[in-house]
Design a protein around this ligand. Structure first.
Ligand code: EPU
Length: 422
């Protein structure tokens, strides 16, 4: 198993190109199942999760051809051959559940393995199922699989009111509703930029959708969807991660390709911590002057709040802040596994349930650490960039799920970082 070796070496500066969003692309790819015409996605990120979704779609009979080194994905579901999403693929990636809505809408049935829990929490899929039931689907759970069937004549529009905000359940219902008979209203819908991106792509395919980006989405079902070409929105979590590089190490970094509108709650917190964030013509520039970052309290929330996917990285920054910061994780119940690893590097953190109290220290020191999930692994790399001496981050396969060419991008900013093959 590869590891990444980082030696902290002071301020980092330069420009970083931000890739297309993993989490947008993972929802856009299953949209191919809704149409028998080709769907082309440009600005796709080159990540192992995208390869997993490719394998899943191919197992259903879709064609997925990566072009231009994977930055363009040519998808076609002209001949669907199956409707079974096997456990062997689903267990690798929870986003596999996103084929459920499209398969039901197009094929009238779907058998999808239940994803099971994962490192950051139990992560049930009950909202995906109840949302699709509201469109007339019948669900049965048997031997670890969801067996779903649309009524004769196909799904019918309905009213879905989610008791809590779910990105994935909103995406599943949105996709299914595009081909349902009649109108669907999704209330308490997720408002994340990835939802807006999916709605735009579906609209380019001929879907009738209004209200994306608000908590009420209305969909008027159409008989069929056509092909389209769509550019994947920038990865706001990758962008936020690189925005933290100068915040933690000093220097100035410009993230190219994304805008501040993608990260309002996060940009506000950086500002509160004393980091300078400004929009530029090509993206977002972040810098930190001399002196320590101020401690800030952070509570994760659905968009436009502070994203849970940047909580671990923010914690790395706050380990070096002046004062005590309190981080509350409100989206996932077990998302502080980076804390004990950061403590191995000299951080002072106390975790009680969903709350972490971080007392800033003057410096972190390099140590061997273990990545436990995607965002945890990159938080350890951020901490390592600011630490004295060498840090070895083990189990970096998590990183490859969500960060494209991370060593290359950080090296271009002046970091001392290399991947060591096991
Ligand atoms: N939830 C339920 N029932 C459901 C669905 C969700 O109780 O049926 C709960 C979850 O357990 C969680 C909360 O609702 O406590 C929110 O989960 P959500 O459904 O919004 O998350 P998701 O769709 O499974 C996506 C991202 C995650 C990101 C979350 C929150 C993708 C592929 N994944 O997950 O990304 O953390 O939204 O923003 O879009 C990551 O990229 O590292 C990552 C984990």
């Amino acid at each position: 198993m590869d590891s990444i070796v980082v030696t902290g070496n002071g301020p980092l500066s330069g420009q970083v190109p931000i890739a297309g969003a993993k989490n947008a692309c993972l929802a856009l790819m299953p949209a191919t199942l809704l149409s028998d015409e080709p769907l082309t996605l440009t600005n796709a990120p080159r990540l192992s999760d995208i390869r997993t979704m490719t394998a899943l779609l191919q197992s259903l009979g879709a064609e997925v051809v990566p072009l231009q080194g994977g930055q363009v994905l040519a998808l076609s579901s002209h001949d669907l051959i199956g409707h079974l999403a096997h456990y062997d693929i689903v267990r690798k990636m929870r986003a596999s559940i996103l084929v459920l809505g499209p398969l039901l809408a197009r094929a009238g049935e779907a058998v999808v393995s239940l994803p099971g829990g994962c490192a950051i929490g139990a992560r049930p899929v009950d909202l995906h199922l109840s949302g699709l039931e509201a469109l007339g689907a019948e669900m049965e759970l048997r031997e670890g699989y969801v067996h779903a069937r649309a009524p004769r004549g196909g799904l019918v529009g309905g009213r879905v009111r989610f008791p809590l905000v779910s990105v994935g359940a909103t995406e599943n219902v949105l996709m299914a509703a595009t081909l349902a008979r009649g109108s669907t209203v999704i209330e308490n819908a997720a408002r994340e930029p990835e939802i807006v991106d999916l709605a735009r792509c579906l609209r380019a395919m001929g879907a009738r959708i209004e209200g994306e980006g608000t908590d009420r989405i209305e969909v008027e079902g159409v008989e069929r969807l056509s092909g389209a070409t769509h550019r994947v929105v920038a990865d706001r979590i990758e962008m936020g991660t690189y925005m933290l590089v100068p915040a933690i190490c000093g220097g100035e970094v410009e993230c190219l390709g994304g805008g501040l509108d993608l990260l309002p709650g996060f940009a506000d917190k950086l500002d509160e911590a004393g980091i300078t964030v400004r929009a530029t013509e090509d993206g977002v520039a972040v810098s930190r002057g001399n002196g320590r970052v101020r401690a800030v309290d952070v509570t994760t929330a659905p968009y436009p709040g502070f994203p849970t996917d940047l909580q671990a990285q923010m914690m790395a920054l706050l380990c070096l802040a002046d004062g005590v910061s309190v981080l509350e994780e409100r989206i996932f119940e077990n998302r502080f596994m980076h804390a004990p690893e950061l403590m191995r590097m000299g951080a002072r953190i106390e975790v009680h349930g969903g709350t972490a109290r971080v007392t800033g220290v003057d410096r972190l020191k390099g140590a061997p650490v273990m990545a436990t999930d995607l965002r945890a692994s990159v938080s350890l790399i951020l901490a390592a960039l600011a630490a004295q001496g060498e840090t070895v981050v083990n189990r970096v396969y998590h990183l490859d799920r969500g960060y494209e060419r991370v060593e290359e991008k950080l090296s271009a900013l002046g970091a001392k970082i290399e991947r060591v093959a096991a």
